[in-house]
Structure formats: structure tokens, C-alpha cells
Design a binder for this molecule. Sequence first.
Ligand SMILES: Nc1nc2c(ncn2[C@@H]2O[C@H](COP(=O)(O)OP(=O)(O)OP(=O)(O)O)[C@@H](O)[C@H]2O)c(=O)[nH]1
Ligand SMILES: [Mg+2]
Length: 236
Amino acid sequence: MNKSILIPVFNEQGNIGSLITKINKKIDTDDEIIIIDDGSTDKTHQEAGEHKCKVLKHDKNLGKGAAMRTGIKNAKGQLIIFMGGDGQDDPEEIDLLINGVIEGYDYVIGSRFVKDSNLKDRYSNKAILPINKIGNKSLTFLINILFGQSITDSQSEFKCFKADKLKELNLESNRYEIETELLIKSFRNKLKIKEVPVHRYERIHGKSNLFDVPFGRFIFGLKVLKTIIKGYLFWK
Ligand SMILES: Nc1nc2c(ncn2[C@@H]2O[C@H](COP(=O)(O)OP(=O)(O)OP(=O)(O)O)[C@@H](O)[C@H]2O)c(=O)[nH]1
Ligand SMILES: [Mg+2]
């Protein structure tokens, strides 16, 4: 199965080039890496363009969800893999996600929290801030209760889909709440979902976009709550 690796980015100068180099070592010639540069104001676009990949561009910042949707429209692979452009996900673990699809799953989530023997070593407090962890666990708990599921990481951005299943979901989110929309619509469409344990590393350059906006994390939480309620009431 050929793959499209989609990486939505906003101001990832210093991170994106080395990430593309690492991914290219892992993939085959008929696979593609698509970088969706979402109106970056630094040299992200030039840096990505110096490496083997396709670079798409939004002229202004539309949000991570909008960038993921642009990527999906342009992806040619039978598998679609999403990962962060900040170097926090490990390209070496792409195969773990793909193995889940080979086993027969439609949607494989790289979970930072699913238990395995070395759970404590998979991330540090700097890689996942305690405030993010508490927020994620609370939202994940609510999602599990409402939709009768047992997911451990509802906000993971590192994941793999069968492309045809993903393209049926009719996504609409523009920002980070897209991860929640993906999950809820996958439940509604009865996709076969599996979580596999992954590591999470610290960002090396730049800072999380959630820090840049005043009350960024709070607004993010509210948007996810709105998505959960909408999904519960209207997405059947
Ligand atoms: N296209 C696009 N990508 C974005 C936007 N904001 C963030 N991203 C990308 O999404 C990925 C993760 O962004 P971060 O802001 O680090 O968020 P996070 O890793 O989920 O959360 P932290 O744990 O706080 O770092 C990176 O590749 C970012 O460049 C945006 O507005 N548009
Ligand atoms: Mg990050």
C-alpha cells in the first residue's frame, strides 16, 4: 500500500527540514510527503522546498484543520498518515501505525498514553506539559463516556488512516479540534480503530502555536467541547 504522509505546519523553520530527511529514509519511492504550509511567516516554506517532498501553501493562516483538509484533497496514497511538523513525533514509529492497518484496522492512533511496559519512558513532562495531559485526559474521558469507547489519547496528531475511509468523513474543522472531529466521525462511521503506543519528544525549535495565542489552551478546550457536543447531537 502506498502512503501519503501529511504534515500541516505553521512556522516550523529549523524543525521541518530535518524531519523530512528522516521520513524520506523510511518511505518508498511511490510514497509521498506533503507539507501544508499554512501561511508561515518564517522560512518554513523555503526550508521544506529544499527537500524531497511536495509543498502546498495557504497564503494566509487558516488553521491546522484546514491545512489537514487541503492535504487530504491532494493525497494520492492508499494510506494517509498525519504527523506534527515540530519533530515531537518519531518517524521511526510510522511503521507501527501501518502495521495496525495491515492487521485490518481502518484508523490507527499513535497514543502517548496507552499502557505498555515502558509507558513512563515514552515522554517527559516537557514533551507533554502536565496542563496538556490533564486537559487531554478530561476530554478523552468525556468522549469515552458519551460515545461508549475506551480511547486513551483523543488529541493525538500522529495517526494513520485507510485513505478511502478518511475521505468519506466530510471534515469541516479548521483548527486543532479536527482531531476530535476525526475521532467522533470515525466512531459514527464504524471505522475499526486501534491505538498503538508511541513516544513523544520535546520540540527543539520554536514554540507550540497554542502558546502564541492569549488563552490558547483554554480556547482550544472550548472548541473541542463544542465539537464533542455537535458530534453527539448531530453527527449520526
Ligand atoms: N497548518 C497549520 N499547522 C499548524 C497550525 N498551528 C500548529 N500547526 C502545526 O501543528 C503541529 C503541532 O502544533 P503545536 O502548536 O506544536 O501543537 P501540539 O504539538 O499539538 O501541542 P504542544 O504539546 O503544545 O506542542 C505542528 O506541525 C505545527 O506546525 C496552524 O495554524 N496551521
Ligand atoms: Mg508541538
